[in-house]
Design a protein around this ligand. Structure first.
Ligand code: BGC
Length: 751
């Protein structure tokens, strides 16, 4: 279709109608001009296509299909190729089901481990979340299906998510909460994006011009259309003015009428309506031009091949948190599976992402060909039964060599729509693990959880395998990993704290009245724990393997660069163990000396590699300006402070194997608005300030230092230096160092 021509032929009424949906999942059609309605559906860990009565809360059934691991699991794979493949598979299914747009991925930051929707989000780290989201979008869009990353932005809790006001300073917003969106937009060019329900600094996202136009469209170059989260549309005119394109769901006659009235009364320029219509139609046209024309509907064989992809993702995402040489389980061992989740695993989260799984594999059935028995251990629906079930499990365990306890969070503990109250497992499960781990047996815990849980029993169990919410292949993947047919290779995409109150957002989550003040600033997740050197249960980036990797020979090709240049870091990684396996090599950066309070470690690169036993490879990373930059609120952009940086390469955020140094030189000077009360050291930091004020201060320091000596005791010269450097310019007059006239001349010269 020729979008420009089509828009020019549309009446104002037709255009206004196109700015809201025709029903729950479709855009408006303009039959007169041959424009059909397009369908959009939830995901992102599968296709949730509702054919009957629609809803977005997971109440009504959708088509029977394959459920993939949720984002929290997938991120732990640190495998961009794998998630891109998952995106392609989903794109193919959308094509087969005639769905033009998939509502995902979710890439909000995990500010608190209790946000109910964390299972739908990737990470507490924007670099990892951005890379994962970009790969997912690339995969989906490679099939001509629009991806719709969500929820833009600062939507980091479920409590009052439709009304709450997130109060976030500009640096924190850009450095943490927008960075993943920015990377994803720039690297994968999504054709659509979903704005969130909440307010940001007092303005609803659907009316937030700063976010939708200034940042997203103008600064980052986003060229798709912005759609509201379902029901997030507010004032239609303010929305269009702010850069909002489509309001969902529909029909919204009120919206249409308000737009028409505003244009007719001259309150809203028609060109703005045309722009929004053009944005929507251009994206839809792109899907028509890029989608395959000749697709057959989904059937048993497509479901089978999709399941294989789900299995590959589940295998690549699981994290072996602890292993006291009990795993992999050796042949001939008698194993007792304990726990309801061994037969009915929790494979996904609840809410709008809920997939109608055609088949969910369970570990018990998948391990039937081995020497296993089963005890239920607990009842997720009725805790009163758990006492008896626990006793039975203890008895059954007498005969076993290894007890594998399948524990985790029931659906009622974490979901879209509400936050968790704490990070505990249900009390009966903790008790069960505790009792079984006190027996003279090897104990392994398999976890099904969408977010971190506390593990009060961690020191007594021999192994913990975290499967997260791993989709339909969860049972099969668990068995393959337990018995070592596959080697675990995931690493944590978020910190597991020892207790909830350790989390930096603890005092401000969910905020009074649901209006959270992001007072912890950029220090979320490991950025906080590392800075405070706090112990955690398991650090960001942690994950074990059945083999071992050695890191050696770190190199950097340049020891000094200008900020617009790049440097290459290489390291040799060697599989020194007995199993083939994958390692996730991580690179962190820190600024050695900074005037800004910065994290001591920030992830700036990662690579997942496969090595056979005895095999060695060279892993390389490219560092650029963003690897060293922080967001500066004066220039409203990322900025590198000239100076020395440390580059750390390791197997987790707390397992750094090698460090290298690099100097980075910036040519950008942050403008300083000098007045009489500006501290002298800040003035001296500017080129002009150094020139004008430098000699005066040097002379003053010399004079004061000499005079102060003995009379004021040892260290007086340092005291004098600090006092002069930190005092405001006006004090030069107060202390008689310069005259009032001289200071006025200086001020003029510095402006
Ligand atoms: C959710 C979105 C979802 C939409 C449509 C909303 O409540 O926040 O993530 O895509 O419903 O179901």
């Amino acid at each position: 279709m020729n979008v420009k021509e089509l828009v020019s032929k549309m009446t104002l009424k037709e255009k206004a109608a196109l700015l809201s949906g025709s029903d729950f999942w479709h855009t408006e059609a303009v039959e007169r001009l041959g424009l059909k309605a397009f369908m959009m559906c939830d995901g992102p860990n599968g296709l949730r296509k509702q054919e009957g009565e629609p809803d977005h809360l997971g109440v009504q059934e959708s088509i029977s299909t394959v459920c993939y691991p949720t984002a929290s699991a997938v991120a732990s794979s640190f495998d961009v190729d794998l998630i891109e493949k998952m995106g392609q598979t989903l794109g193919d299914e959308c094509q087969r089901e005639e769905v033009s747009m998939l509502l995902g991925p979710g890439l909000n930051m995990k500010r608190s481990p209790v946000c109910g929707r964390n299972f739908e989000y990737f990470s507490e780290d924007p670099y990892l979340a951005g890379k994962m989201a970009a790969a997912f979008v690339r995969g989906v869009q490679s099939k001509g299906v629009l991806a719709c990353p969500k929820h833009f932005a600062a939507n980091n809790q479920e409590y009052r998510r439709m009304s709450g006001n997130s109060i976030v300073d500009e640096r924190t917003l850009h450095e943490i909460y927008l960075a993943a969106f920015e990377m994803m937009v720039k690297e994968s060019h999504p054709k659509s994006i979903m704005c969130s329900y909440n307010q940001l600094n007092g303005t609803f996202l659907s009316e937030n011009k700063y976010m939708l136009t200034d940042v997203l469209k103008d600064k980052w170059g986003f060229d798709g259309f912005v759609v509201t989260d379902w029901g997030a549309g507010k004032d239609p005119v303010k929305g269009v003015e702010a850069g909002l394109d489509l309001v969902m769901p529909g029909p919204r006659k009120d919206h249409e009428e308000a737009i028409i009235a505003a244009v007719e009364s001259g309150k809203l320029e028609e060109s703005k309506v045309d722009k929004a219509v053009t944005n929507i139609l251009s994206a839809l046209n792109w899907s028509l031009e890029n989608g395959s024309k000749d697709v057959k509907p989904s059937d048993a064989s497509t479901r089978k091949s999709d399941y294989e992809v789900a299995l590959e993702v589940a295998l690549g995402s699981a994290v072996l948190l602890k292993n006291n040489k009990v795993l992999p389980i050796r042949k001939g061992k008698k194993v007792l599976f304990v726990g309801e989740f061994a037969k009915a695993p929790r494979n996904q989260g609840s809410g709008s992402s809920h997939i109608n799984s055609a088949y969910v594999s369970n570990a018990f059935d998948c391990a039937k060909d081995r020497d296993i028995s089963f005890a239920q251990g607990y009842d997720t629906r009725d805790m009163k039964k758990s006492y008896i079930l626990r006793e039975e499990a203890v008895q059954a365990a007498e005969d076993a060599d290894i007890i594998v306890i399948f524990a985790g969070l029931p659906g009622s503990y974490e979901s879209e729509g509400f936050d968790r109250k704490d990070i505990n497992l249900p009390a009966d499960q903790d008790k069960l693990i505790d009792e079984l781990s006190r027996m003279d047996k090897k104990t392994v815990v398999v976890l099904h959880n969408g977010a971190p849980v506390a593990m009060p029993w961690i020191d007594r169990v021999d192994a913990v395998l975290d499967m997260f919410l791993s989709g339909d292949a969860v049972g099969e993947a668990t068995v393959k990993l337990l018995w070592g047919e596959e080697n675990p290779s995931g690493k944590l995409s978020e910190t597991y704290p020892l207790k909830l109150s350790d989390n930096p957002s603890f005092l401000n989550f969910p905020g009074d009245g649901g209006n959270p003040h992001y007072a912890e600033g950029v220090f979320i997740g490991y950025r906080y724990y590392e800075k405070r050197r706090m112990p955690v249960l398991f650090p960001f980036g942690h994950g074990l393997s059945y083999t071992e990797f050695e890191y050696s020979d770190p190199k950097i090709d340049k020891t000094s660069i200008k900020e617009d240049e790049t440097a290459t870091v290489t390291i040799e990684v060697w599989n020194v163990g007995r199993y083939p396996g994958k390692e996730i090599v991580q690179l962190y950066v820190s600024d050695d000396v900074s005037k800004i309070t910065r994290p001591t470690k920030e992830l700036k690169g990662f690579k997942k590699i496969f090595l056979n036993p005895g095999e060695k490879t060279t892993v390389s990373f490219t560092l650029d300006k963003r690897s060293f930059a922080y967001y500066n609120e004066v220039i409203h952009d990322f900025h590198v402070e000239s100076g020395d940086f440390t580059v750390m390469i390791g197997a987790s955020s707390s397992d750094i194997r090698h460090s290298l140094g690099i100097h980075v030189e910036s040519s950008v000077e942050i403008p300083l608005d000098v007045n009489l009360f500006t501290p002298i050291e800040d003035v001296l930091d500017t080129r002009k300030g150094k020139e004008i004020l430098g000699p005066i201060i040097d002379a003053a320091l010399k004079g004061q230092g000499e005079g102060a000596g003995g009379a004021m005791g040892e260290g007086a010269d340092v005291m004098m230096r600090n006092m002069i450097m930190e005092m405001p310019v006006v004090n030069l007059v107060n202390f008689g160092i310069v005259s009032e006239e001289q200071v006025q001349d200086m001020m003029k010269a510095l402006q």
